[in-house]
Ligand binder design. Structure first.
Ligand code: SAH
Ligand code: SF4
Ligand code: F3S
Length: 465
């Protein structure tokens, strides 16, 4: 998900002011607004597919919709507050059109369940991430004036047979979910509660989805899972792990770039790194969330690795994939974090020299291990100060990373016209860095070679070679 790089990883909101009016003729229309991670973006595409198959149209205009869904995120409190703000806006729509159905789907629906119906009068439907196949029936109930809820979590559901509806045709890059849920139970994290246990998707259905994307001219796919390294599938007694899956995709689709997210450090194997090294279309970028540089805090977080073990993983990346870029996620001010722990985070960042990072203030989530057993005892102003120090250091590291790229030549996948000038295009390197360069005769989807000549805070500036 191409995201705002600093605080709000993964916050995607479509701006939605528009004309009023309802669709009384023809197919009923769905408007869907998505918050949260890439997985949620892909889930919205699955929901759109499920409803399109039942005769719904998709609209980008909430004022035109018969059905409004907010696909929600619970990862931090501010993610939930934004959704509540949007519900206030949709309340106004409903005042004018009482027949409008408003549904909250995704992680916040799963976390709050029926309670959401009590707290938010605007909401007619509450549907968790594993219950989307039930949507047609739930919509039927809600349209008849009943409140409709399904927050059942499944051990099997992967929506393997659903070909997602891509909301922005013309893009060169698409998401493909390869697994759902998470078994890790990191102390701070709500995801195992909102998404349930881990399950992998049948590799045949993954390959089929990618071959359809290839025919539709997609040139890059990102394989999604909360912990892709624990992908497992058994066919006829033979086990397929994540590196095996990557290798078969790389071989079958040599013209498509492949990315993945997210790798858990405790499960990142040399086999995966060697597989990436063996195929040029597997992208040279590893996102390896560290969360903290202090072994003591990592233990409290139940991450399953120490500072030293994490550093060993980075050494393996540098050895096996020296041209790879490295990014991370960091939480500032977790329960019990001392100044000394915080300095260890800064020193680890400096040592790793991350190319980019997503950085967050710790937000206690009800029901998690940390909420039940640990005290959220770092004062807000100290969390803010530590986060700012982390961001400042990352800005310096990101600038250094871009400087290192100067005079180097990269293969760039052209994505579109630059926001700053229609005489320029932008694209991404295998390392996931954005490059802007003069237009020439290229089109989105082309792979070209670009030499980096300079950089700004956010972007590399290049010229074609
Ligand atoms: N499965 C992915 C993470 C998904 S959540 C992984 O383990 O890497 C994305 C990021 O949000 C996490 O890496 C973490 O940095 C952050 N995060 C999760 N819970 C949080 C919380 N309670 N407060 C602040 N940040 C949190
Ligand atoms: Fe959350 Fe940890 Fe699972 Fe990531 S690995 S989703 S941080 S519990
Ligand atoms: Fe948010 Fe759920 Fe993703 S909590 S980060 S939308 S898995």
């Amino acid at each position: 998900m191409q995201k705002v790089r600093i605080h709000s990883k993964q916050m995607i909101a479509e701006k939605t002011e528009g004309k009023e009016g309802s669709n009384l003729n023809g197919a009923p229309k769905l408007y869907i607004e998505t918050y949260g991670c890439q997985m949620n973006v892909n889930d919205s595409e699955i929901v759109a597919a499920l409803l399109q198959n039942k005769g719904y149209g998709i609209t980008k205009e909430p004022a035109d919709a018969d059905l409004i869904f907010i696909n929600t995120c619970s990862i931090r409190d501010n993610a939930e507050q934004r959704v509540r703000g949007r519900l206030d806006v949709f309340k106004q729509y409903k005042k004018k059109r009482p027949e409008l159905v408003v549904g909250v789907i995704g992680c916040m629906a799963e976390r709050l369940k029926e309670q959401l119906l009590v707290e938010e009068q605007t909401v007619d439907m509450v549907v968790g991430p594993d219950a989307y196949r039930d949507l047609p029936q739930l919509i039927h109930m809600a349209s008849a004036g009943q409140k409709a809820v399904n927050v059942h979590l499944s051990r099997e559901e992967t929506y393997a047979d659903i070909q997602p509806v891509r909301m922005d045709p013309g893009k060169v890059s698409a998401f493909v979910s390869i697994m759902r849920g998470c078994n890790n139970m990191c102390a701070y994290c709500v995801v195992p509660y909102t998404r349930g246990g881990e399950r992998s998707r049948d590799p045949q259905t993954i390959l089929k989805e990618i071959s359809i994307l290839e025919k539709e001219n997609y040139r890059e796919i990102t394989l999604l899972g909360q912990n892709v390294n624990s992908y497992q599938w058994n066919i006829g007694g033979q086990n397929i792990d994540f590196p095996d899956l990557m290798a078969s995709i790389a071989r079958q689709f040599p013209g498509i770039r492949i990315r993945f997210s997210t790798s858990h450090p405790k499960d990142l194997s040399d086999k995966l790194l060697e597989t990436i090294a063996a195929y040029p279309n597997l992208c040279r970028h590893i996102h390896l969330p560290v969360q903290s540089g202090s072994s003591r805090v990592l233990k409290e977080m139940k991450r399953g690795y120490s500072r030293e073990e994490y550093m060993k993983r980075i050494e393996s990346i540098r050895r096996i994939l020296p041209e790879a870029s490295l990014s991370t996620d960091i939480i500032a001010g977790f329960s019990g974090e001392t100044e000394e722990d915080h300095r260890e985070t800064l020193s680890l960042m400096e040592w790793a020299g991350y190319d980019f990072a997503f950085m967050f203030k710790y937000s206690e989530r009800p029901g998690t291990y940390a909420a039940r057993k640990l005290k959220d005892d770092v004062p807000e102003e100290i969390k803010t100060r530590r986060l700012n120090e982390i961001i400042q250091l990352q800005n310096k590291l990101s600038a250094a990373s871009k400087k290192r790229d100067r005079d180097h030549i990269f293969e760039v996948l052209v994505e579109g016209t630059s926001k700053r000038s229609d005489k320029e295009l932008f694209g991404r390197t295998s390392q996931n860095k954005v490059v802007v360069f003069p237009k020439g005769n290229n089109q989105p989807g082309d792979l070209i070679h670009v030499k980096i000549v300079r950089s700004t805070a956010a972007t590399l500036i290049g010229e074609r070679v």
